[in-house]
Design a protein around this ligand. Sequence first.
Ligand code: SF4
Length: 398
Amino acid sequence: MGQTVGKFYIKDFGCKINQYDSRLLSENLKNIGKSCVNSPEHADIIIINTCSVTNRSESKERSYIRKISRRYPDKEILTIGCSVRRYKGNFKFGAATSASSFIYLDNPRTRIKKFRGHSRGFITIQHGCRGNCTYCLVRQIKKPYYVKNPSEVIEEAKGFLENHKELVLCATNSAEYIKLDELILGLANMKGNFRWRFSSLNPLSLTEKNIELLSRDKRFCPHFHIPIQSANNSVLKKMNRGYDMQKVGRVIDNIKKNITGAVFAFDVIVGFPGESESCFTDTLDFIEETKPVKVHIFRFSNCKGTKAYEFQKSIRVDEFVKRERMEILRNMAEKIREKHFKDAVGAVKEVAVEKNMRGYTRDYMPIIIKGADAMDIKALEKVRITGISGRILTAVIV
Ligand code: SF4
């Protein structure tokens, strides 16, 4: 990054951890006297933080990089992040150069306190993964690997609470956050009117003890986003997820028993090599039974360099079958979501208000507030749900 470069602009793709990394990078660059601008037009260097979770996310980035290269041929364009590491530094298009390791990013000790323009602050508690799921490259590409001590996270949370009313704790794989009980206790002992949640939780980290500890803090948002990926044991085995549906079932029952108002969201991969009709039916039955507020559905993506890439040479699921299963699951999840929305009308809920009067409730329902203006975006507001407008609930302040 040239000495003459004073102003930088960061564009990030992908998960909350990538967004956090971009903020970390921005802080580190500001600490060496660079200034952050909020449009590529005014920047000397455009940094693109890439995501490689699916082939589709990569193609979106490629077209963005080409577009930016055409529009700003004289500017320095640098790609960093997961796609760059996946292709060993060779993820450059148009005028872009790439850096698979970037010193300004490799210092997780820098503290950030603010996600500008957001009421929610994302805190990365664990970065990278040592898991071996057969469809995943994160182990190879999400760097550096680190796990923050609970005391570090608590310190960072205190800083965030100067600017945010909701904290979202993010881990690449929460099962590798061994001191989760200590962290939950630490947050429960913090003073103040705020709320917090986990962005997602591996079933393996939802022990009886952790669930009991979570039940003690009413500021914890009872929204459990769990990446189960499949509800069939033979598929879970092929995925090497490290748990089976008996384990997941116990976790769900335990949460329902101990956490008032608990709701679920699940990540599911359809069309994993070897997923037969009856395997898929197990997933449908599980979704029908648990009635999640959201299902994030991914079509199995053939990722070179993974074990699953080899599997699919012999036991692949045809593309049209994948699309069909995605459609079936999406329709089922939609009906369940609509029912949750209908049941919410008339209820009073708490919202962390973001820009343009939108926000999320504690149980992660999207809300738009009507009939109010000049709202303090940092506010946690009590609202009454008045109706449904497409995929969002309408509400008024109470
Ligand atoms: S837990 Fe599995 S799917 Fe998740 S990041 Fe680690 S290896 Fe990938």
